[in-house]
Design a protein around this ligand. Structure first.
Ligand code: NIG
Ligand code: FE
Length: 406
């Protein structure tokens, strides 16, 4: 670009420092400027190095720090009812597994979700989504998994898609039909057959899922059953993710890695061999401190091993009615530091660039770099570490979604 051909920008954003999160590090630019064309970043650097430009829209952010828009890569945001009653039961000593065995837990959310209309599901999820967005989220993954029949799973995925149309947020949809046993089925293998023969092919054909997820656990599905379901997903061209090693060690993580899973989530009980498998397959470790905290778990994910093998770590809310009624991704960043000993820099990488990787969108999202989508947030903070420091609060000054203040 020479001086006599000024770059033409849709908008130019300046007046704050930036933590770009390039390469998973703060990668700071002081007194940053960001030029946007067509919703993408076309220039980013120190304001003093800006070449000549022309724009109709120049925005002074007025101080603070810019980060990539936060990405919540694991949520169950769409569901009917809530499970505050079970929260009380658990406080009286009944375990999550016992509640599930008594027909509560996920099964009670399945009933409430099946009974709810699409409009009701949209309205209740919208309230939760607004909380996430007000705290900096610009991309959210939403799972099905409280429908467990073709109609009810597709209803959930449709609702998730509608939320993405109704709000300035990118929604990635994950089919979690292998979450629990629906009441119509007695045999787990029969249900997996139904998912492989009917439900997954239909969801894939309709283009209603970006990925496929399963709950691999004693109270859910075995490693062999999930592997069979993943084979179908692979055949349909859909990437996989897994809820694994949350309450026990069944080998789900290593199995998922053999399918080049985008992520293995929870993973409190993984061992060194699992970490090695994840490193080799490029699988992201998604840490869910909200569920760990709510279930009063004591076994922490092996953070040092994950670091040692260079496995990228993401942090997400797991927003769901049972184990993690969490509506702030920043609070999860704080808890990943306090409970799992991540650094604030790792926590921010986990809610931006590595969350993008866990969704398979790191080439377009998750960091502030030329060519990426212009999703970013300007925060009222003096350092990026403050994002993990405060427990809640309102730090967001300006939210920019696809290059526009929204
Ligand atoms: O990620 N682990 C399984 N699924 C959810 C919990 C869902 C529920 O209890 O409703 C989770 O923690
Ligand atoms: Fe989950």
């Amino acid at each position: 670009m020479t001086n006599d051909t000024p770059m033409k920008l849709d908008s130019l954003w300046r007046g704050a420092h930036a933590a770009t999160m390039k390469n998973g590090l703060y990668s700071v630019i002081e007194n940053a400027a960001i030029g946007v064309v067509g919703g993408r970043i076309v220039w980013i650097g120190e304001e003093k190095d800006l070449p000549d430009y022309l724009t109709q829209q120049e925005q002074d952010l007025g101080g603070g720090w810019i980060t990539p828009g936060l990405i919540d890569c694991h949520t169950h945001l769409v569901f009917g009812g809530n499970r505050a009653g079970e929260f009380e039961q658990r406080l009286n000593g009944v375990s999550y597994q016992e509640i599930a065995q008594q027909g509560g837990g996920i099964a009670s959310s399945v009933k409430a979700t099946r009974d709810a209309s699409e409009a009701e599901l949209i309205a209740s999820a919208a309230r939760r989504l607004k909380s996430l967005m007000a705290d900096g989220v610009t991309t959210v993954e939403i799972k099905s998994g409280y429908g467990l029949s073709l109609d009810a799973e597709l209803k959930m995925l449709r609702v998730a898609g509608q939320l993405g149309n109704d709000f300035p947020v990118t929604v990635k949809r994950t089919c979690l039909a292998a979450h629990a046993m629906p009441p119509e089925f007695k045999d787990k293998d029969d249900y997996i057959d139904y998912l492989c023969e009917t439900l997954l092919p239909k969801a894939a054909k309709l283009g209603m899922a970006d990925a496929v997820d399963a709950f691999c656990e004693g109270i859910a599905f075995s490693t062999e059953q999930v592997a069979r379901y993943f084979k179908t997903a692979e055949f349909l061209g859909l990437p996989v993710k897994i809820h694994a090693e949350q309450l026990s060690s069944l080998g789900g993580t290593a199995m998922a890695a053999s399918f080049k899973a985008l992520s293995a989530d929870h993973i409190e009980f993984i061992e060194e061999s699992d970490v090695k498998a994840m490193a080799e397959s490029g699988t992201v470790a998604v840490l869910l401190p909200g569920a760990f905290f709510t279930l009063k778990e004591t076994q922490r994910p092996p953070i040092d091993l994950l670091r040692q093998y260079g496995v990228p770590m993401a942090v997400a809310t797991d927003a769901n009615p049972g184990t993690s009624p969490a509506l702030s991704l920043r609070l999860m960043m704080n808890m990943s530091c306090t409970l799992f000993a991540l650094t604030p820099e790792e926590a921010l990488a986990g809610a931006t660039i590595y969350a993008a990787k866990a969704l398979g969108i790191a080439d377009t999202h998750g960091s502030l770099e030329v060519g990426k989508v212009a999703d970013f947030v300007c925060w009222e903070v003096e350092s990026p570490g403050e994002l993990s420091y405060w427990l809640g609060g309102d730090l967001l000054k300006t939210r920019v979604y696809q290059g526009e203040k929204k």
